[in-house]
Write a protein that binds this ligand. Structure first.
Ligand code: SF4
Ligand code: SF4
Length: 133
């Protein structure tokens, strides 16, 4: 069976826990960190591949720690025709997936870095960022 791809969201009170250590040592899971980011307020997002027969127990452990866990079934895309390159999303993107290139002032989107936090959907004035399931 393919590994489970999941998104973990941390608050400032849950972001300093050694969860990878416990997933590997206590639940015998194989863990691959696909992407991770943490902001200055110590809130973060991590995308993981998780595999092993004790997967459900591992998920229960994460939730018991107060960490939000979702399957990664979503992908964020940019609708180029709508984007006005205003740059608003680049300030809010915690993963550097949306960034401004100077001096041309072009806005670029690197989907490989996106951690699906959905901040850009909230701030884009023309709804150029969308979720695909
Ligand atoms: S959802 Fe938007 S703001 Fe969040 S990481 Fe992806 S591109 Fe950046
Ligand atoms: S906020 Fe929307 S319109 Fe502005 S640069 Fe980002 S995607 Fe483009």
């Amino acid at each position: 069976m393919a590994p489970h791809k999941i998104v973990l969201r941390f608050t400032s009170t849950t972001s300093d826990q050694p969860i990878i250590y416990h997933l590997v040592k206590d639940y015998d899971l194989v863990v691959n960190i696909v992407k991770a980011q943490i902001n200055p307020h110590l809130e973060g997002t991590m995308v993981l591949d998780l595999d092993g027969p004790r997967y459900e127990e591992g998920i229960r452990y994460l939730r018991d720690q107060g960490i939000t866990v979702h399957p990664l079934t979503q992908e964020v895309v940019r609708i180029h025709d709508r984007c006005t390159a205003c740059g608003a999303c680049t300030v809010h993107c915690p993963a550097g997936a949306l960034y401004l290139e100077r001096p041309a002032m072009e806005v670029h989107f690197n989907g490989d870095k996106c951690v699906v936090c959905l901040q850009c959907l909230k701030v884009c004035p023309v709804r150029a960022m969308e979720v695909r399931i």
